[in-house]
Design a binder for this molecule. Structure first.
Ligand SMILES: Cc1ncc(COP(=O)(O)O)c(C=O)c1O
Length: 369
């Protein structure tokens, strides 16, 4: 049996390149609490991503929870059922009711045309996800938010380096939240960040992620511990040197899959247009009814050959017991998300995926007649 191929494999720089960073940490004995590497990474990411302010976090989920706190979001928040469960969980952690709205057929992002019907007097915000690193319809969402005086917090966990028509997609909405988890395009082992538009908001977020401390003796808010350590921040600085090469290789893999699968009846590759605005963090295909195998049968066929594609996002968030009984979780309300969850399969994509392995995956999908 060949070695297993997973849907992703973390990008790691040469180990010896990390040693000088470790030596510096050992030398200055600052391990966390906004040390020098933390400061450097915040600035480096602002420059790289083209955003005004960033606050680093220990992971994306704590960053989402803190982002909601930072804007005092309460009541109901409109969000997508087609995401990783942390999106909705961050609402529950703040005692906010998620209201699920269906997604757009092409992008699989929250469908702006369906948002207004879900707004009630309790609605305070919208939390869309740039799913698979493909930008939401940010202008349409902002228009609705402005009319109804709602905040917009983007779950941008997949959207590192993604650009839309006017620059970084992370500059849209009131806040955007990134994840630097091991599986992401840019990873710091674990990590995350909130992108915010002004220094005052950043300061508030910085207080919130550090127990609410503003100085040694003053606590202004019941904050949490969401700080990124110096080790993760140093690793992030090193990762940043390799991220352009990683993105370029992902682009090559994306193109090769698209070329290899273009004539396969019943297989639809997502993210086809708007190519230059994605980061190729995932390679989702839809296995439709005219393909000879069901999505689950293809998933199993690949698994039998030691290839572990993933059904992101199946099950839908609304299938989990804490969401199931919510009125907005009814499947009749969410036909596009329900269909996508039944058809989607994310194929392996990561910089170290070899062309041979890629071709083998393509052939396995093509050979089914
Ligand atoms: C859409 C989405 N939101 C939030 C998260 C949570 O991020 P983290 O794992 O860094 O807590 C993830 C992934 O992990 C995600 O895919």
């Amino acid at each position: 049996m060949t070695k297993p191929i997973f849907v992703t494999q973390p990008s790691l720089p040469p180990l010896e390149d990390l040693i000088p960073y470790l030596e510096q940490i050992w030398e200055n004995k600052v391990l966390t609490n906004g040390g020098p590497f933390h400061k450097q990474l915040e600035q480096a990411l602002c420059d790289y991503l083209g955003v005004p302010f960033i606050s680093l976090f220990s992971n994306g989920t704590i960053a989402l929870i803190t982002a909601l706190k930072a804007l005092n979001i309460t009541g109901e928040v409109i969000t997508t059922p087609y995401s990783f469960v942390a999106t909705a969980h961050s609402l529950l952690w703040n005692n906010i009711k998620p209201v699920f709205v269906d997604i757009d057929t092409d992008t699989l992002n929250l469908d702006p045309r369906k948002i207004e019907a879900a707004i009630t007097p309790q609605t305070t915000a919208i939390m869309p996800v740039h799913c698979y690193g493909r930008p939401c319809d940010v202008d349409a969402i902002q228009k609705i938010a402005d009319i109804y005086n709602l905040k917009v917090i983007y779950d941008a966990a997949h959207a590192f380096g993604v650009k839309c028509h006017c620059g970084s997609v992370l500059n849209h909405g009131d806040l955007s939240v990134l994840s630097f988890h091991a599986t992401k395009v840019f990873n710091t082992f674990e990590g995350g960040a909130i992108v915010c538009p002004d220094a005052k908001t950043k300061q508030h977020i910085d207080h919130l992620k550090n127990f609410g401390f503003v100085d040694e003796v003053t606590v202004v808010t019941p904050g949490i511990n969401g700080k990124m350590s110096e080790l993760n921040a140093a690793f992030g600085l090193l990762q940043l040197k390799h991220v352009d090469a990683a993105l370029a290789r992902r682009n090559e893999i994306d193109l090769a899959y698209r070329e290899g699968l273009k004539d396969v009846k019943g297989i639809v590759c997502l993210n086809g247009d708007a190519r230059d605005s994605t980061n190729h963090s995932y390679f989702p295909i839809l296995v439709q009814h005219d393909y000879p195998l069901s999505r689950d049968a293809l998933h199993q066929k690949l698994k039998d050959q030691n290839i572990y594609a993933r059904r992101y996002f199946y099950p839908l968030i609304l299938e989990f017991q804490m969401y199931r009984s919510m009125p907005s979780a009814h499947r009749d309300n969410l036909p596009v998300a329900s269909r996508a969850a039944e058809q989607v399969l994310c194929l392996p994509i990561y910089p170290a995926l070899s062309n041979e392995d890629l071709q083998r995956i393509v052939e396995m999908i093509c050979e089914v007649r």
